[in-house]
Design a protein around this ligand. Sequence first.
Ligand code: COA
Length: 257
Amino acid sequence: MPYIMVGEERIFYTYHRGADPQSPAMLLVHGAGGNHQYWGFAIRHLKEAAVYALDLPGHGRSNGSGRANIADYADFLARFMDALGLVKAIVAGHSMGGAIAMTMALRHPDRVAGLVLVGTGARLRVLPAILEGTLHDFERTIAMICEYAYSPNAPEELVHQGQRQMLRVAPQVIHGDFAACNAFDVMERLGEIHCPTLIICGSEDKLTPPKYAAFLAEHIAGAELTLIEGAGHMVMMEKPDLVASAIASALARWRKR
Ligand code: COA
């Protein structure tokens, strides 16, 4: 599995070629405290796209430091694309990753061929118990985040796996991610996004509820919304096949435009 240097940071990513050499490139950007594995197998191996799933700096197998704000993560992503030689890509982001994707579309519009916004919102205020707890009571707070993040239908092993992976991330990095989310607000700027956009949300999402997804769909011109019944905030882990087929159908529609 490949690593690439982005400045001084050694960044891990997986690459899946896609069935057709003309397949569009798609970047998968995980959320706060996450890594590439939070994107279920079917999404990382979509046959309709060349898929790059990275671990952001300070997360998963990438070294380097987490960023203090979403704009810095978006600028990092543009440099990651430079390092890969990717001029333009569809940017798919979950939760904080969705905030990074929207910020890419606002700061680097010429690099973004489309957006897939999964379990996210135009403003991501964070519960004070999460913000404070990631610094002062790490293990208990991660357990609490996971209680909110998965629907009651999610298999216990899936929840435990996600929890174990979050516990391996440095508390300062996770705290920095949530602080970056808390300061994120593009409610007034969605009209400036002009690329094809798919929004996906679990019907049981408690951290970024369907109301947030509906707001995105109303304010991003031409955006399409898919609600996945019975899934929580971690919809792309809980229902990877449904998320993958929603993305594949959107890519097929976008190709005909
Ligand atoms: N899209 C649409 N509406 C949004 C929104 C979004 N992204 N973010 C907030 N709003 C709405 C809220 O629903 C609320 O509407 P209401 O007045 O009709 O109830 C209003 O805007 C103000 O909400 P908010 O800015 O979030 O402030 P708050 O002081 O009411 O609540 C929290 C703060 C932290 C309690 C709340 O944001 C929350 O429960 N967040 C979800 C939990 C969390 O921590 N998620 C992590 C995200 S990474």
